[in-house]
Design a protein around this ligand. Structure first.
Ligand SMILES: *Cc1c(COP(=O)(O)O)cnc(C)c1O
Length: 714
């Protein structure tokens, strides 16, 4: 393998550390994480758990010492053995259950992938899902390859100014500190494929990221031959103009197919994660037309082997381009499809000829035979939303099904929680985590142990928050008031609510402040205090989202709130781990029917954090009456302001009458028995169902099998 050499000389006895650091397999295997941590704990921490950076900076003497230390070597050998066993294992779920599919490569396209914090090429939930999905594919043995985009400046970092306004900054990624390396030709040159952009030839190269057995290919236009405008195309995720966006999608969809061909991968199943990737379908149509097939037949062929997953009911979440932009950038392309502009443009029109825009979600629906939403409710909402595309069938017969999202359990379980599960569910619990029967044993965990664990994780979260604030104080020009907003006054014993997600209108981060007086009475109860931690970014163009941050920031500074409201800036995957492990109550308050699924509450449940959520997205299926709380939103309210008020009242009522009393009801040893019962029921009833393991098995059985069959029929 052509893994780049690291600056630090690694002694031969432990040289495979480099290979391990470049396969993110380490990130979801505790022993491997501990191995890197044991090399140099302070560096591990300062690198935000990035072993590539750690190996680049570590003192050579330290590595030499490790290479001579018997117990370290034992640890090293054991991790490398597990790594090799896992990567070469032939008895995977997929091999056992679907031997006939083993030669069908599956290509999974997504505009963002969140695989680890050292590769910040994601904005939020969509990316997390794509990353978790690839890791699960490795665990289950699916022959999947990912195709995405390398954004050297990634998504932005968030800073909150003294007046509460979000400021964005972009950092150039240091490739040598990132677990990626270039895709090369057999001759050792950078592999690249051409495509036409702005009537010029632009070259697309690729990076590879290894996730266990799965390889993710990230496209990049920063190559020497390209003009500077083309190089800048791939700079940022969701950063540029509409024009940049359509060009990025051309690179991802068309360039992505060409890169796979050039590498020699011939997928028979193609899965598009959201409409940004729809052009990969057209490129495959073009390939068939080039062989002499007519357009309509080529479309049938391509759609039979294509799966499209739509991810949001929010109109702004769908990619819509003006016809002018589409004409400008794709006119040469429809010529190569052998169709006129009318036929081509009709593919992206939702309402027929009178529609004057081109919608990538519509295009994707038209070019795939299997389509799905990401929760049962979202399936329903999507059938309604896209009914216009199938005017001849009843709404409930619109051919969009659903597969509910899940999380990659090994990625999101706290290491300490993992040990507890090993002790009471069995050493092999991780291999069987989607078996509901396994989780009946959760009752075997003594209340005292589960509570001690939860308190420890909460303490770690508070430590994390304090560390951040301290660092901020030392390194930035900050006022004491700003430091207070960062959670320095949080109390590790108080009931802690978390609202950690993107700041945008429909998620309603401010719902809890609708009746400010009542809220203050709830949190400032001296006997039963409550505190809340907010974290989340607003899209750079989302002005109202930024206003929401500003309002909450002002409250966090307000002494009336007693330091019991915190806003932690720059929410990302690394921070999310601390939060989903250590919060008490995970709050989710979307305006109903607007949250397609959501996954952060599933991560919380896995670690014993209890959900408090509007009945929307996955929670509609997850909530069983005993495993958390549902805010029964009354969607019949006339306008959104009165709906917010009714929903807020419901939320206050739950807090006052149920949540706060239950949390503080302790027995004589200080243990909240009722709360722990709830934690256990939440874990038992949620984890085996809302995981990528169950989800990937469903995609395989409901969709991939069908697509593979179609590929043989034609
Ligand atoms: C899990 C996760 C999300 C998704 O959260 P939802 O709001 O529940 O969809 C977003 N961002 C990060 C960093 C996450 O870890």
């Amino acid at each position: 393998m052509d893994i780049p050499l690291l600056a630090a000389k690694i002694p031969p006895r432990i040289e495979r550390l480099n290979e391990l650091a470049h396969n993110l397999w380490w990130s979801w295997h505790v022993e491997a994480r501990l191995l890197f941590k044991s090399l140099d704990n302070p560096l591990w921490k300062s690198s935000n758990h990035n072993p590539v950076k750690l190996l680049g900076e570590i003192a050579p003497d330290r590595l030499k010492a490790v290479a001579e230390d018997t117990s370290s070597l034992k640890q090293y050998d054991s991790v490398m053995r597990a790594f090799d066993d896992d990567l070469s294992m032939s008895k995977t779920w997929f091999a056992a259950e679907h031997p006939d599919l083993s030669h069908h490569a599956i290509a999974y396209f997504s505009a963002e992938f969140a695989v680890h914090n050292s590769l910040p090429i994601y904005a939020g939930g969509l990316g997390i899902l794509a990353g978790d999905y690839c890791k699960e594919a490795s665990d289950l043995g699916l022959p999947l390859v990912g195709v995405g985009f390398m954004y050297p400046q990634g998504y932005f970092h968030q800073h909150i100014l003294a007046d509460g306004w979000q400021k964005e900054s972009y950092e150039q990624l240091k490739f040598e500190e990132t677990p990626i390396y270039p895709v090369l030709t057999p001759q050792g040159q950078r592999l690249r494929v051409p495509l036409n952009l702005n009537n010029q030839t632009v070259w697309v190269a690729a990076w590879q990221v290894h996730l266990g057995r799965v390889v993710l290919y990230l496209l990049d236009t920063h190559t020497e031959e390209n003009p500077s405008w083309a190089r800048q195309l791939s700079d940022r995720l969701y950063g540029g103009s509409r024009e940049t966006r359509i060009q990025q999608e051309i690179v991802l969809g068309i360039g992505g197919v060409r890169i796979l061909r050039a590498i020699g991968i011939q997928p028979t199943i193609w899965h598009a994660n959201e409409g940004h990737t729809a052009l990969m379908m057209l490129e495959r149509v073009r390939e068939l037309v080039e062989t002499g097939m007519d357009f309509a037949k080529a479309v049938d062929r391509v759609s039979a082997t294509t799966i499209f997953t739509t991810h949001t009911p929010v109109p702004g979440g769908h990619d819509i381009f003006t016809l002018d932009l589409v004409k400008k950038h794709l006119h040469h392309y429809w010529e190569s499809l052998g169709v006129g502009s009318e036929t081509f443009l009709a593919l992206g029109k939702q309402y027929g000829a009178r529609d004057s825009s081109f919608n990538m979600t519509v295009l994707a629906h038209r070019l795939s035979a299997q389509r799905n939403g990401v929760s049962q409710l979202h399936g329903e909402v999507s059938r309604k939303m896209w009914h216009a595309l199938w005017p001849d069938v009843k709404e409930e017969e619109v051919p969009i099904s659903s597969v509910t999202n899940g999380i990659h359990v090994p990625t999101w379980v706290a290491p300490q929680m993992n040990r507890l599960y090993q002790k009471y569910l069995g050493q092999d619990w991780m291999e069987r985590h989607d078996d509901p029967a396994l989780w009946q044993r959760i009752l075997d965990i003594p209340d005292e142990e589960l509570w001690a664990m939860h308190r420890w994780l909460k303490y770690k979260l508070i430590r994390f928050v304090d560390d951040r604030a301290r660092k901020h104080w030392a390194e930035h020009d900050t006022t004491p008031g700003q430091i207070l907003t960062m959670g320095t006054l949080l109390d590790p014993d108080a009931l802690t609510i978390g609202f950690c997600r993107r700041f945008t209108d429909y998620k309603r981060p401010g719902l809890i402040f609708q009746d400010f007086e009542r809220w203050i009475r709830i949190i400032r109860n001296s006997r039963y205090p409550v505190q809340i931690i907010f974290a989340g970014k607003s899209h750079p163009d989302d002005q109202s989202g930024k206003h929401l941050i500003q309002e909450i920031y002002a409250l966090a500074r307000d002494c009336e709130c007693g330091g019991q409201i915190a806003f932690i800036e720059d929410y990302d995957m690394h921070m999310a781990h601390y939060l989903v492990h250590g919060i008490d109550v995970w709050l989710n308050a979307p305006r109903p029917l607007q949250e397609a699924s959501g996954t952060s509450g599933q991560k919380a449940a896995l670690n014993g954090v209890v959900n408090l959520s509007v009945l929307d997205g996955w929670w509609c299926e997850g909530y069983n009456g005993n495993n958390g709380w549902a805010i029964h939103s009354d969607s019949k309210e006339a306008d959104s302001a009165s709906q917010d008020m009714t929903d807020a009242q419901a939320l206050y009522h739950l807090l006052e009458e149920e949540i706060v009393p239950l949390y503080y009801e302790r027995d004589w040893t200080g243990i909240p028995r009722g709360w722990i019962k709830l934690m256990k029921e939440s874990i038992r009833s949620i984890v085996p169902f809302f995981c990528t393991r169950r989800m990937m098995k469903e995609y395989t059985e409901q969709m991939y099998v069908e697509a593979a069959k179609s590929s043989q029929d034609t």
